[in-house]
Write a protein that binds this ligand. Structure first.
Ligand code: PHE
Length: 339
């Protein structure tokens, strides 16, 4: 009899199933009212006294083995059901969402757009591959004008009429050709110049140029607009306009902002002067308006242009312009907090 019980213990211990009905059948067979265990308990009276102790121990071992088995299979089945649930474990902490980052050029460009949008400027865009008219001639730079030397140009193949735009002033020409004043627009975009690549200059960079055309626009309006921009962008409230020359504006000026001389970096980036040049500006030359079918006796306006990389380098203390184009993830990841 003892051997028979031991066989049952072996059977109970080696039992396994993933099926609830089979488990229930196992439970009834061993632990049910008419099950194996109750049969053995009923036998107990008939067992000779000297064997009672061993018999009792073995039957108990069978009972434990059967109960343990049922318990462990029930647990296994339950935990499987949980993970199979439609939503999984609803109490689990959320996975962090890994988001990318915007390129610093885009961050700065969007900031500039937002600042000018607040005072009514819209955004205009145009082609990067331009013709001579929009990039030069309409802007008061006739074919043999010496100012064309200011911008060494990439021409497409041997056709001197097809080139990569050297500034986004070309977009403003297109805008004036297609819109009647009043005009308030900024033209952000990529531009190309045939320059040697170094830590400070690149043959590809980005500009934002602005154009304002209406009746009775004054130089004071230009200065006020630029002052508003520098306050918003850099938190600096002192600018100066230095006389300069651009063929498409008259008078023309370079825009300097007062950066200060508080730190060593201030000294370095302003070359010890405290002043920093951020772009060019001026009153639109009447010839340019004429070229775009706008009557210069009725309308006038101002224009300005600045480099996005230069502003980004200032704001983020980036020492080498080439970093913008190398796609080094270690560099780009640093802009994750900005959107
Ligand atoms: N187009 C000029 C440049 O590329 C910048 C500029 C724009 C200057 C508008 C004056 C007015 O350098």
């Amino acid at each position: 009899m003892i051997d028979k019980i031991k066989d049952y213990i072996g059977e109970a211990q080696s039992f396994s199933t993933e099926n609830k009905e089979e488990l229930e059948a196992f439970r009834i067979k061993f632990l049910g009212k008419k099950g194996v265990l109750n049969d053995f308990f009923a036998e107990f009276k008939k067992v000779p006294n000297d064997q009672k102790k061993e018999f009792g121990q073995v039957v108990n071992a069978l009972k434990n083995a059967a109960e343990e088995k049922v318990k462990s299979i029930v647990e296994a089945l339950e935990s499987k059901e949980e993970t199979k649930g439609v939503f999984g474990d609803l109490t689990r902490a959320a996975e962090p969402v890994i988001i990318g980052s915007r390129h610093p050029i885009s961050i700065v460009k969007n900031q500039i757009i937002d600042i000018f949008a607040n005072i009514g400027f819209n955004v205009s865009e145009g082609p990067e591959i331009e013709d001579d008219w929009h990039n030069f001639t309409a802007l008061n730079l006739p074919e043999y004008h010496p100012a064309r030397d200011m911008q060494d140009t990439f021409f497409i193949q041997t056709n001197p009429d097809v080139l990569l735009r050297t500034h986004t002033s070309s977009v403003q020409v297109r805008y004036m050709e297609n819109h009647k004043p009043p005009i308030r627009t900024i033209s952000p975009g990529r531009v190309f110049r045939n320059e040697a690549i170094s830590s400070r200059s690149h043959c590809i960079f980005h500009q934002v140029e602005g154009l304002y055309i209406d009746k009775d626009v004054s130089f004071a309006d230009l200065k006020q607009t630029l002052l508003y921009f520098t306050k918003e962008m850099f938190g600096k409230s002192k600018i100066r306009l230095r006389p300069s020359y651009f063929p498409f504006t008259e008078p023309s000026a370079e825009i300097d902002i007062y950066w200060g001389l508080k730190t060593e970096t201030d000294y370095r980036i302003t070359k010890g002067t405290g002043w920093l040049e951020i772009g060019g500006c001026g009153m639109v030359d009447p010839n340019v308006l004429k070229n775009c079918d706008i009557n210069p006796d009725e309308y006038n306006g101002f224009a300005f242009g600045m480099g996005v990389e230069r502003i980004a380098m200032l704001l983020y203390q980036i020492g080498d312009i080439r970093m913008f184009y190398e796609n080094d993830v270690r560099f780009l990841e640093q802009f994750k907090a900005n959107i």
